[in-house]
Design a protein around this ligand. Sequence first.
Ligand SMILES: [Zn+2]
Ligand SMILES: [Zn+2]
Ligand SMILES: [Zn+2]
Length: 328
Amino acid sequence: MVNKPTMELRWDPTLREWILVSNIRRFRPWQPEGFCPFCPGNPETGYGWRALILENKYPMLMENPPEPGLHWFYKTSKSVGKCYVVVETPEHNINDISDLSVDQIEYVLNMVISKVKEEMSRDYAHYFLWFRNKGKEIGVSLTHPHSQVYVLPFIPNRVSRELESARDYYSEKGRCLFCDILNAELKDSVRIIYDNDHWVSFMPFYSHWPFEVHIYPRRHVQLITELTAEEVRSLAYVLKVSLCGLNHVFSGKSMPYIMVMHQAPLKGSYPFYHMHIEVYGVMRDEGKMKYAAGMETGGGNFTYDSVPEENAQRLRNSVLRNCISVTK
Ligand SMILES: [Zn+2]
Ligand SMILES: [Zn+2]
Ligand SMILES: [Zn+2]
């Protein structure tokens, strides 16, 4: 086998989805133990910043990627796009963004919004996926608080399924699926974690992960760039409170989680869609991880080892006990 640098998209014709393939991470130089590339004072970071968006040095997507290999049977495509790292604070020893001030979270949100605006005009940019992996259980190797952005040449699978459902729902009922979910959650109220004038944070009726939290804007908006300054400020607060709650559910243990922003694609018009943030807290109990195993990964359907109403109550109590007094 030839061991050459490869970077391409490979199409799975059975599930009809793209796989991002790259072996260039293997050519990553060795770094000394304890070295943090995101701390201030490194060649890439410099000094005098509150937060930074850096290009990922070992990306899965590039603006000028190599030509994909041609296969006689399978479909491939260019890995064109961008991968960024959002360094959320100069401070290295912070457990989570819930420990940052509301001002700082707001600052980070505004940086992400500027990045969406900048990427929007690029031909390759079909989707802007902002996500955050937290905890070594999720496989995070660098502990300095950071999140990531993938600017994709396609619409990612889960979003694509949501768009399809929302489009169908709209053509059938003439209403937004997400607005209706929000209303149902508010009416039930037992799964609400926290809400304010602009946002509602709740554990959905149909949660997949043990501590799954969705954060919806009350206003029907498609993109993060459409939020008002007040809505962004208010989102910073809801994020802080919700993540703080998650980190305190289990005594002395902070919650490993995955957070992702779902918004409309950058090209085309999706008036039936409603942006939101999803957080998947993966601990099901003190010291017990929920794994996506046989049924989940092999079968594609989740099992839930409790009921969301119970976990929502635990999370709500955690918020009330530990997080509500945090300064606005
Ligand atoms: Zn650092
Ligand atoms: Zn809506
Ligand atoms: Zn979603």
